[in-house]
Design a protein. Structure first.
Length: 329
């Protein structure tokens, strides 16, 4: 028996979109804007917040597209690249109709996707959305010391002198994302409202390590009557490079075929998945045929994944087959 498999996913095309801001203007936030936030952990003097525009710009990207978040090296120097924490989030606060949020979840390992955040009750989701929208509105020029650095889309703010723990609006990024909990700790989870920690961190030697860090990006929808603990939808991941460039890569993590086994005339193809995407199995006996022409495996239905490893079957008399897994939304 000679079973062959393809570990490559369908070909996608990459587009680069640069989100630009206007110079020397008042920082302006609108509900639903994507906020990219940085803070220095070792020397917490400033926070840096970037408004990257409507989150729909990112959620509507074609699979494989790439967005470069726009800020200058001078702006990023306010927090640096070593020993920093960063997160990306967005929200539409519209209680009680809907309170949708988009959150990052840090990867522990560069090439290992995370398990998805789960949605909470409508009231819980409302709290997260309110946190994000209120924080975005509070990132204004009130506590800013450098009007040259600040623009309509990028703002540097000091971390001291304006902590307002009774009202998240007006707080600096650190107090906003890590609003102290009752036990005195400050996890980066919006005071316990978020389903988990949303910040990724960099080590002290990050700039010379040659190794970027990533955080996965999830969409959590909230509707009246929506069941709790529903896995969020995986949208892509943000990558922070050692040179200080932040990029967003749209689409599901490339599924990996882990095993192919054959019993009599049935091939079982096992592979990894991420939550919120539909997977289908394609096969061919002719490897030279373009992948776009490979037929779907008859009798192997597409399915919506919750992020766990899956298997699909192909009943075929042929002992030589090539397979690929296609992810779509």
């Amino acid at each position: 028996m000679n079973i062959k498999l393809s570990l490559k996913k369908v070909t996608v095309f990459s587009a680069v979109v640069v989100m630009a801001g206007s110079a020397q203007a008042q920082f302006t936030y609108n509900s639903g804007d994507l906020l990219v936030c940085f803070r220095n952990v070792a020397s917490p003097k400033y926070d840096l917040i970037v408004d990257a525009g409507p989150v729909s710009t990112f959620t509507n990207l074609a699979i494989g597209s790439k967005v470069t978040i726009s800020y200058t090296t001078t702006q990023l120097a306010k927090v640096g690249t070593n020993n920093i924490a960063w997160s990306v989030c967005a929200a539409h606060y519209n209680y009680p109709v809907s309170d949708d949020t988009w959150l990052t979840k840090p990867r522990a390992s560069l090439n290992t996707p995370t398990s998805p955040f789960n949605t909470g009750s409508p009231s819980r989701m409302s709290s997260i959305a309110l946190d994000i929208d209120s924080g975005g509105l509070g990132f204004d020029a009130t506590y800013i010391s450098d009007t040259v650095i600040n623009t309509a889309t990028v703002v540097a703010e000091t971390e001291s002198g304006h902590e307002n723990l009774s009202d998240i609006t007006g707080d600096c990024y650190y107090y906003w994302v890590g609003l102290p909990t009752a036990d005195g700790t400050t996890p980066a989870n919006f005071g316990g409202d978020a389903p988990g920690v949303v910040e990724q961190t960099t080590p002290a030697n990050f700039s010379t390590s040659g190794k970027p860090v990533r955080a996965d990006f999830y969409q959590l929808l909230s509707r009246s009557g929506t069941a709790n603990n529903t896995p969020g939808k995986y949208l892509g991941y943000f990558e922070f490079s050692t040179n200080g460039v932040m990029t967003y890569n749209a689409g599901p993590w490339i599924p990996t075929i882990t095993t192919v086994s054959r019993k009599q005339t049935t091939n079982t193809i096992s592979f990894t998945t991420v939550a919120g995407w539909t997977y289908s199995l394609f096969a061919t006996n002719n490897l030279s045929a373009p992948r776009s022409t490979w037929p779907a495996v008859i009798g192997s239905s597409s399915f919506f994944s919750t992020g766990t490893p899956q298997s699909l079957k192909d009943v075929t008399p042929s002992g030589s087959r090539f397979y690929l897994i296609k992810a779509s939304n």
